[in-house]
Design a protein around this ligand. Structure first.
Ligand SMILES: Cc1ncc(COP(=O)(O)O)c(C=O)c1O
Length: 417
């Protein structure tokens, strides 16, 4: 009996792409129940920045479990929550001169986006939001309205309103001129275009195909938002928590978002958690308990997440992330050069690197080949043509090189078959 096929909903997705029953995990390796090992270049779609079963995090969680510490407490105060807040403020916010309130909500990324949209609408009294082409922000209706992908949008079963999609910088029609066009529309009281409550943007679009916005474009976007009284929401759910070689994806961009959405990696060990960083003047617009939820801050996630924050007490992990990101980028550039007739391109920042092979069928064939040979990655972007690599930031060099070699051999086999 295949219990998954017989009883699990047809909605299941990753289990179709990677048809193995995964049993164990150790840093960048996952082992299925047949004992076959895979080098994980997908890392829970950006959740496992510190690897599977990171021993430091596991130890902290086990010791908390053995201590009889409370696990579920709604959003009540607990020592792990205090320690997490304190460590986040002292390790991440204060050294960067950032002043934000920490809002916990239901534990997935889409919950964080919903809360951000709701607050922006409350603060401004406006309903429209601007999101960008190929952006991905989640599956609940408000977040889904901001998600651009037609396949996901079609599943809504209801019109998705109150969001205007505008070209992301690197897409056709995008760029700073296109922001000038928006500005002209907002300035013209007879343009028929309403000023939005917020702009929501991924600095490094992940699911949308690994597209990186420039500092100049982000600054122009922020200026536009400020000038028309709208909020800037940066969705750092996949690109934050160290993925790009700094804690936030935008640290070198000179922007100061009104709200930053975080999820995935902040729970450290893979247990769910989501958190928005909200400028105090906006946070004041919430009334106590107005945006509630049963699972707002799991104590196990606070314990593991606090432990993970130790990685940011110095620059060692981030320097290593930038170094390994360069190894990945160079390797992919080598493939693109080797098959220059194919028109492949390489994009990314830190340890989110991608090879755009221009064909969803080819990317899928390469992903299947890699799976057969013990390496996991997930295609993304329009038509699934972009091979996105996001291994744990803690991946050992040997595994990094071995995983890339499996990928290189798969590309060769599929192209030269
Ligand atoms: C940038 C971004 N925002 C939001 C989400 C939604 O997060 P979740 O799947 O945890 O709801 C994702 C998930 O991939 C994401 O990449």
């Amino acid at each position: 009996m295949n219990w998954f096929e017989s009883y699990e909903s047809d909605i299941r997705a990753y289990s179709r792409v990677y048809p193995a029953v995964f049993e164990k995990g150790d840093n960048a390796r996952q082992t299925d129940e047949e004992g076959k090992e895979y080098i994980d270049f997908y890392a829970g779609a950006g959740v496992l920045n510190f690897g599977h079963n990171n021993p430091r995090l596991i130890e902290a969680v086990i010791s908390y479990l053995q201590s009889g510490g409370v696990l579920h407490t709604l959003d009540m105060m607990t020592p792990p929550k205090r320690e997490f807040i304190k460590a986040f403020v002292q390790t991440i916010l204060e050294p960067r001169g950032m002043d934000y309130k920490l809002q916990f909500m239901g534990p997935t990324g889409t919950n964080a986006v919903e809360a951000a949209l709701k607050l922006a609408r409350r603060v401004t009294g406006r309903s429209e939001v601007v999101a960008f082409s190929q952006g991905f922000h989640g599956m609940t209706l408000g977040a889904l309205a901001c998600t651009a992908n037609e396949y996901f949008r079609n599943a809504a079963g209801t019109p998705l309103g109150m969001v205007t999609h505008w070209p992301f910088e690197t897409h056709d029609g995008g760029g700073i001129d296109s922001l000038h066009t928006l500005r002209a529309l907002y300035q013209n009281s007879s343009s028929g275009v309403e000023k939005p409550a917020a702009f929501i943007v991924e600095v490094l679009q992940a699911e949308g195909g690994v597209n990186l916005a420039s500092k100049a474009w982000l600054q122009a976007l922020q200026q536009l938002a400020h000038d028309i009284g709208a909020l800037l929401i940066v969705d750092d759910i996949q690109s934050g928590c160290g993925r790009t070689g700094s804690y936030f994806s935008f640290e070198d961009c000179g922007i100061d978002p009104d709200i930053i959405t975080l999820a995935k990696g902040i729970g450290g060990i893979g247990t769910p958690m989501a958190m928005n960083l909200v400028k105090p003047e906006h946070d004041k617009h919430w009334q106590p308990g107005e945006h509630t939820g049963t699972f707002r801050g799991q104590n196990l996630s606070f314990v593991a997440g606090r432990e993970a924050l130790r990685y940011f007490e110095d620059d060692a992990l981030m320097a290593d992330t930038r170094r390994k990101g360069q190894i990945m980028a160079d390797f992919l550039a080598g493939i693109a050069a080797q098959y220059s007739d194919e028109g492949f391109s390489v994009r990314g920042k830190g340890m989110m690197q991608a090879l755009d092979v221009g064909s969803g069928d080819l990317a899928k064939a390469i992903a299947n080949d890699c799976f057969e040979n013990g390496m996991l990655f997930g295609p993304c972007g329009v038509g699934g043509a972009v091979m996105k690599l996001i291994p744990p930031l803690t991946i050992p060099d040997d595994d990094l090189h071995q995983g890339l070699a499996i990928l290189g051999a798969a590309v060769k086999r599929q192209l030269e078959a």
